[in-house]
Design a protein around this ligand. Structure first.
Ligand code: NAG
Ligand code: NAG
Length: 336
């Protein structure tokens, strides 16, 4: 099962448009994160689940070589994005007792590895359901109001960037493993079911004041280390069926983003679909250096570390490049 897997869409650089121009740093007072292991910065450390990453080699490239609960060798995409907006270089996990509202005011992570849009997914390993992440967000807002006052709290909530990254577990940890959903829903129906849940979630966040979203689609999930390792009939090649499902799902997620952008006043959802870049790296590893070798050699989840490491280096370069951008960019997508 794909308990630990590479992060996906957040490697896309996040750009939001404000009246046709790139959002400038100062316009994002906080980065607020919802999702799964692609973006969890340590919440699972403190809940009763076996799905944790608070041991080596996780964190080996993190400051102090410390495993923090990030499913990664170092920082995860939201950390880099936060830094790129001139905020903290790492985003604290909401449940981490080492932090409080004074830290969370400029960025907070509610994500939980192993979760999904479907409540059945989060129950598999007893992790935080997506709607519970939303409850934490409400709790956070109360604390924020008490800490910075009504007006400032409202400003932070409205202007913050909301990163939403999940969905892989719904397929690889739920649909394709257990019959509960598969017995009643075809892959297409299950996708539509998830899209409905995604819409519900985004509308709830919107009603709680969120406006700027980066919505991450699925990676080529058939190429994740565990899926390849267990693909014995396919000689450890990528599982194309899973990749096709991911592409289909991403298409539907894009349509949802377009629909909500039209419908909800003031909302800006960026479709941060990352399938392409991962697919390119997987198919043409030579063009991206040696990291993929370790990726292939992995026998359990931990070897995806190298993938992270490589891509984040690339992302950092790209961020530097972006600083030179003028404010006249019209595109809503930038792929790295
Ligand atoms: C947050 O934690 C810091 C350091 O532990 C402490 O000094 C501060 O008073 C706390 N702030 C709040 C609002 O609890
Ligand atoms: C799997 O990951 C664990 C966790 O770090 C590691 O200690 C172990 O050596 C890995 N197992 C294999 C077979 O690579």
């Amino acid at each position: 099962m794909a308990f630990t897997y590479i992060s996906a869409g957040l490697l896309i650089l996040v750009l939001l448009l404000t009246q046709g121009s790139i959002l400038v740093k100062a316009k994002v007072p906080a980065v607020i994160v919802f999702g799964d292991s692609s973006v969890d910065t340590g919440n699972n450390n403190v809940i009763a689940t076996v799905l944790k990453s608070n041991f080596h080699p996780y964190g080996r490239d993190f400051e102090g070589g410390r495993p923090t609960g990030r499913f990664c060798n170092g920082r995860v995409p939201p950390d880099f994005i936060s830094e790129a907006f001139g905020l903290k270089p790492t985003i604290p996990a909401y449940l981490d007792p080492a932090y409080n509202i004074s830290d969370f005011a400029s960025g907070v992570c509610f994500a939980s590895a192993g979760t999904g849009y479907d409540i059945v997914t989060s129950s598999v390993l007893n992790v935080i359901p997506l709607l519970k992440e939303l409850e934490y967000f409400q709790d956070y807002q109360n604390k924020l109001r008490a800490y910075v006052g009504e007006a400032k709290a409202k400003e932070i909530v409205t202007e913050a960037l909301y990163l939403v990254s999940l969905g892989t577990n719904d397929f690889l940890e739920n649909y394709y493993i257990f019959p509960q959903r598969r017995a009643h829903l075809s892959p297409t129906q299950f996708q539509d079911f998830l899209i409905g849940l995604a819409e519900n979630f985004l509308r709830k966040l919107y009603n709680l004041g969120a406006r700027k979203f980066s919505l991450t689609g699925l990676p080529p999930m058939g190429c994740l280390p565990l899926e390849r390792t267990t693909n014995f009939p396919g000689h450890h090649d990528c599982v194309e069926e899973y990749n096709n499902v991911a592409l289909e799902f991403n298409g539907k997620l894009s349509s949802l983003a377009i629909k909500l952008n039209r419908e909800l006043p003031g909302i800006r959802i960026l479709d941060a679909e990352a399938f392409k870049i991962f697919d390119q790296i997987i198919r043409k590893p030579d063009a991206y250096g040696k990291f993929y070798l370790s990726f292939l050699e992995s026998t359990n989840g931990s070897s995806f570390l190298c993938v992270h490491h490589f891509l984040f280096d690339k992302l950092k370069l790209f961020l530097d490049f972006l600083k030179m951008f003028s404010t006249t960019i019209k595109s809503t997508h930038i792929y790295i």
